[in-house]
Ligand binder design. Structure first.
Ligand code: DGL
Length: 216
């Protein structure tokens, strides 16, 4: 086995939700994690800024001589993958493509809802990755900008402000025939329970971080 570590980065703390899956799936691997808490959020910034910050993060991690870099941040995965891949001397795995693939497999020709930051939604990366799977799924995107500060503040799925915010973003979608909902942001798995309560038990919840960890 190659004993070098797996390097993981995110714009903040949310990427630890991806590290949790990696540790479960690959318990013998060393993991080096960098969360850019000084500059979070990325999801409200321009493509150029997200690319620059992502390259800083990935380059910083090279000092630990990783065998692989995981871009846990959906915003960075959506906006900066080609630049990161070009700059890294090791393989790079992002979260968008694995999450999109699983959602497409589950939904087929049905409806997929993608929840993400404004930057991720505006990039169109998820609809493009789902279309690339060769299925004709209908994709509805929904930016949920308040979720990130709520999680960074330590509020969880049981918090009344979280429940109200989730209800306000997602209840307009309840009339849609949703087959799968993609948690397209590292912070959203921490609100999974509240999201499941609003969206109902029939909808498959796809955690991009888990899918990316399986790809790793
Ligand atoms: N880590 C970001 C993502 O997964 C969410 C937080 C942010 O906006 O930076 O998209």
């Amino acid at each position: 086995m190659n004993s070098k570590p797996i390097a993981v980065f995110d714009s903040g703390l949310g990427g630890l939700s991806v590290v949790r899956h990696l540790r479960q799936i690959l318990p013998d691997e060393d993991i080096v994690y960098f969360g850019d808490t000084a500059r979070v959020p990325y999801g409200t910034k321009t493509r150029a800024t997200v690319v620059n910050f992502s390259l800083d993060d990935a380059t910083f991690l090279l000092q630990f001589e990783p065998k692989l870099v995981v871009v846990a941040c959906n915003t960075a995965s959506a906006l900066a993958m080609p630049e990161i891949i070009r700059a890294m001397p090791v393989p790079v795995i992002g979260v968008v493509e694995p999450g999109a693939r699983t959602a497409a497999e589950i939904a087929g020709e049905g409806t997929i809802v993608v929840l993400g930051t404004e930057a991720t939604v505006n990039s169109g990366a998820y609809p493009a990755a789902i279309a690339a799977c060769g299925v004709n799924s209908r994709v509805i995107q929904k930016a949920c900008p308040l979720f990130v500060p709520l999680v960074e503040e330590g509020r969880d799925a049981g918090d009344p402000i979280v429940r109200m915010t989730v209800e306000s973003y997602l209840s307009p979608l309840k009339t849609e025939p949703i087959r799968a909902i993609v948690l397209g942001c590292t912070h959203y798995p921490l609100l999974r329970e509240a999201i499941a309560t609003v969206i109902g038990p029939a909808v498959h919840i796809v955690d991009s971080g888990r899918e990316a960890s399986l790809a790793v």
